[in-house]
Design a protein around this ligand. Structure first.
Ligand code: FES
Length: 170
């Protein structure tokens, strides 16, 4: 068994009340991801030990479900609404402008310094704000909507996030 580090002890405490076997596996993974934003290999090992499972079983479940992340999220993740109302109002133009400004090829990527990621989001019914994105900060789990975007404003927002300048007024 690997040395018990502080990080491992924290994960262990997080799932200490769960029962051995795979009945609680998804609960354990959700807790880890909620706390850390992703599921590290070390965390998977602790989950396996705690639930008395093979590491391969935990790894298999983590990689099977697309909602689980294996890498740390960016400090700020912009979720781009892919819904129909946003698309009708130049949503794809906004997506492309942000990708280009951030130097990203496609949704799901993040800048090399880990500062900003751009990912796909789903319509949440607030289409009166279309076209819109949500700006999620990993550190404090906050989320801010930026709606009725134009391509120019999307570029300003992406630039501010990329450069670490104040993006709140954009
Ligand atoms: S389509 Fe974007 S919020 Fe509904």
């Amino acid at each position: 068994m690997p040395l018990e580090t502080e990080a491992r002890a924290q994960v262990r405490a997080l799932i200490a009340d769960l029962k051995p076997n795979d009945g609680d596996l998804l609960i354990a993974l959700h807790r880890v991801q909620h706390r850390y934003g992703y599921i590290s290999r070390e965390a998977m090992e602790v989950v396996a030990e705690q639930l008395d499972l093979f590491a391969a079983e935990v790894y298999g479940a983590t990689t099977f479900y697309s909602e689980f992340r294996l890498e740390p999220p960016a400090a700020t993740t912009v979720r781009w609404c892919s819904g129909p109302a946003c698309r009708l109002r130049n949503g794809t133009g906004i997506r492309d402008a942000m990708l280009a400004t951030l130097g990203l090829q496609t949704l799901g990527e993040q800048t090399a310094d880990g500062r900003v990621g751009l990912t796909v989001g789903q319509c949440n019914g607030t289409c009166e704000l279309a076209p819109q994105v949500w700006v999620d900060r990993t550190e404090d789990h906050s989320s801010r909507v930026v709606g009725q975007l134009t391509a120019a404003r999307a570029v300003r927002l992406a630039r501010a996030l990329r450069d670490g300048t104040d993006a709140d007024d954009v």
